[in-house]
Ligand binder design. Structure first.
Ligand code: SF4
Length: 470
């Protein structure tokens, strides 16, 4: 708010905005990042409590109070200390200092002045003059963003098409999910490749879990796995976790806790494998790539790819396995729903497995049944833990006893019945049709990359600042 107010006031000014001249001009900088420069006139904006210093959150497995009691580093305290240091340092040599705070209607903070400013009014020897201003800010409409598919954008899309020299890139299930969630997000992420790295503890746990499972099983790809082998693998868990953590390039926020959590989850995973043995391991981290022909005025082939966590065969049934460490839904009402942008938030994991199963079948055919096998790691220790994918059945549809038990578990609130998909083949034709429809839309030059209407998706989007939806 004050930024707009200040810049508005400076519109008529002849002040220079030099980038290359460090001596004169206006600098707009973070208080904590003033590069140890001294300024004659300093304007501190948004000095509301809750905003200056800014409240920061850091996801952690460790409860905040526990960290505080044991003197462990806390992200919010580090941010507070940096702001306080920057503030007091800038006060030292400035001739004029203006501090602004708003008494009401502030977006992030409270209607109170920052504690840093309040303290100055008590114990500093500075000559403080307090004045009140009223500001009437006009509402600025945020312009909607829609990227038209002109020649340059179509060229970016071209990299996914099959050509004589081969495609440069391929569309993954994540790319399709991104498009269904928000076409503009897909444009930013997969065409402009504006990537953002997130390394929360949840993400670290997921990556390390996948890594250790691959390290354990990779040497046995193509072999029959029996209970003896699984028990041998169990004895290697600690060593493999240590090696996976050592190979992790960025520092882990809570390595001991992650180690203990991984040990417990991997131990449970191998217990489940022990119960399922014997099975033939067909591969781990299996990369697959296949093209799909799109009908239309111009026939085009689009490259699709994905990496499957694990593929094994058990009693003439090939299991396409995907470990999910995050929250995931394993039941759908219909195949058509997988392509519904309004439902993709809850159907991501199922969409991904259908995509993998489609890749597997189109590359290897299918003499055996193909079972999509979602392993929800968060539910390992729940009484109703049930891996797999479930599809809604008509109310009067037949259900076997074993499936009915599962259906009761999932459907107890909605009253709906779900059946586990034991062979995905009968569902792959409608899935392929839906997939083609989605791809035709992505490559349709008359349909722009528009923003989603679902603001909840924006809440987790790394491009939220660009769209001004934060
Ligand atoms: S912020 Fe929202 S509208 Fe913008 S790209 Fe992300 S999801 Fe789409």
């Amino acid at each position: 708010m004050f930024g707009a107010f200040l810049l508005n006031g400076l519109k008529e000014s002849r002040m220079l905005f030099h980038q290359d001249n460090p001596v004169t001009g206006l600098y707009i900088i973070e208080v904590a990042e003033s590069y140890n420069l001294d300024f004659e006139h300093v304007f501190f904006l948004d000095m509301n409590e809750g905003c200056f210093p800014k409240v920061t959150h850091h996801d952690s497995f460790l409860p905040y109070d526990l960290c505080h009691s044991f003197g462990l580093p806390l992200a919010d305290k580090v941010a507070e200390n940096k702001t306080a240091y920057g503030f007091y340092r800038l006060l030292q040599r400035a001739q004029n200092i203006c501090c602004y705070f708003s008494q009401k209607g502030h977006l992030d903070g409270s209607g109170e002045m920052s504690r840093l400013l309040l303290q100055l009014t008590f114990d500093s020897k500075l000559k403080i003059i307090e004045t009140h201003h009223s500001i009437n800010l006009l509402e600025r409409p945020v312009a909607a963003i829609a990227i038209q598919k002109d020649d340059s954008v179509m060229q970016l899309l071209d990299r996914f098409l099959e050509k004589e020299e081969g495609a440069v890139s391929s569309l993954t299930p994540s790319a399709c999910i991104s498009y269904l969630s928000c076409p503009l997000q897909f444009y930013f992420k997969y065409l402009l490749q504006l990537r953002q790295t997130v390394a929360t503890e949840d993400v670290q746990l997921g990556i390390l879990f996948h890594d250790v499972m691959a390290r354990l099983y990779r040497p046995f790809a193509g072999s029959q796995i029996d209970t003896n082998m699984v028990r041998q693998l169990q004895s290697k868990i600690k060593v493999e976790i240590a090696e996976a953590i050592a190979a992790w390039r960025t520092p882990l926020s809570a390595p001991m806790l992650l180690h203990a959590l991984l040990e417990k989850l991997l131990g449970r995973m191998l217990d489940l494998d022990d119960a399922a043995a014997p099975f033939t391991l067909l591969g781990v981290e299996v990369a697959m790539k296949q093209s799909i022909m799109l009908d239309g005025e111009i026939a085009r082939k689009v490259w699709l790819s994905g990496t499957i966590d694990r593929i094994d065969r058990q009693n003439h049934c090939v299991r396409i396995i995907d470990y999910k460490t995050g929250r995931s839904n394993c039941k759908i009402s219909s195949i058509v729903n997988l392509f519904d942008p309004g439902k993709i938030k809850t159907n991501k994991a199922v969409f991904q497995l259908f995509f993998y199963a489609w890749l597997f079948q189109s590359l290897h055919g299918a003499d055996n049944a193909i079972m999509p096998y979602l392993i929800p790691i968060r539910e390992f220790f729940l009484a109703h833990y049930t891996p797999g994918i479930f599809i809604q059945q008509p109310d009067n549809g037949p259900l076997s006893k074993a499936i009915y038990d599962v259906a009761i578990e999932f459907g107890k609130r909605s009253g709906k019945k779900y059946q586990q998909i034991e062979d995905i083949k009968e569902y792959l034709q409608p899935f392929e049709e839906g997939l083609k429809g989605l791809l035709v839309e992505i490559f349709n030059p008359t349909i722009p990359f528009a923003q989603t209407e679902d603001l909840e998706i924006c809440g987790y989007c790394p491009y939220v600042r660009i769209c001004q939806r934060d």
